[in-house]
Design a protein around this ligand. Sequence first.
Ligand SMILES: *Cc1c(COP(=O)(O)O)cnc(C)c1O
Length: 406
Amino acid sequence: MSKKLIYLDNNSTTPCDPRVIDAMVPYFYDLHGNAASRSHPFGWRSEEAVDYAREQIANLIQVDPKEIIFTSGATESDNLALKGVFEMYSRKGNHIITLSTEHKAVLDSCKKIEKMGGEVTYLSVDGKGRVDLAELENAITDKTIMISIMWANNETGVIQDMKAIGEICAKHGVLFMSDATQAVGKIPVFPKEVGVHLMAFTAHKMYGPKGVGALFVNRKNPRVKVTSQLDGGGHERGMRSGTLNVPGIVGFGKAAEIAGKEMQEEAIRLAKLRDRLESALCEQLEETYINGDDKNRMPHVTNISFKHVEGEGLMMTFNQEIGVSSGSACTSASLEPSYVLIALGLGDDLAHSSIRFSLGRFTTEEEIDYTINEIVRGVNHMRNLSPIWEMYKEGVDLDSIEWAEH
Ligand SMILES: *Cc1c(COP(=O)(O)O)cnc(C)c1O
């Protein structure tokens, strides 16, 4: 195989589907109107295109098009849902419950809410990455206004028990918000079926363009309202002002339509490739662990720790060819282990030795086979150089060694 780049980082962003690009292009040319221009055909056509996209997206998640608010992405949708509900429902209470494994867009919004006088409970998860339902219910107080729990985790692909959480929220009269960015367009996601009242998602994780997202806000039973965080022309029924990104929204709509038609088959194909990758790596490499919940998870993601191998170092052995993510996050001064993997109970070393592979629509079997070979070669190479691996092979109990502080 020639030196071709292999992209296995689809949880970071997906490439645009060519059919999405084709749908968008006219809206950069003749169809360039502002969807809020009510007085001429340029505006009308753009408004029609936005309405159509809104229907395509609403169809995918089986909600009313009026319940879709367009934003600049899931980060903005998360901010709008959390801060918007916190402000709107301040007379009812000031307490929000979320998970320690949420995306930073949720966690940092919650941090801001705490600064604004809110109270936030950050629940931990079990070894598989799932929330304990009894613990969740126990955390609810008479001040709780909302529970925010992601549908599927971006690092591990672990899916929460949405139906059970929705029942708890309904029982206690608490709003249920979900960041479903990693689930929409890949598995069936129907917020109304599980009692989700607000839901954030984004086009660029489902083969649409970057910079356009949506927030679903339930309109009936209960009628949910959010306080706008961007004020201006009163677009999106006053909840999110700003000229709509018409080409982006058209692309988002097309991406939703394609996903609705193809996701079932795509999920089966990707799960097979994912399983092929996992079983080959686990067979060919000892001390290899799959992180998360092998039952409740997305079909296209696997997060694997290769013990005694630094993920970042491993990536350097093939980084110019294969795009994946490691379980280490570069902060300003140091490499921090992923807080998501730490919350699952992994030690720093196993978190640092993890790699996330996220497959996508354009991943081929040939690419997976090539990746298997490269990973096996890379891990063996790193371990052969590692004094720790040598000690492990000689039977030294590594846990009994007291390492010097560094
Ligand atoms: C990517 C991602 C986001 C952020 O989405 P943007 O559209 O890039 O702002 C939020 N939440 C989750 C779970 C994500 O994976």
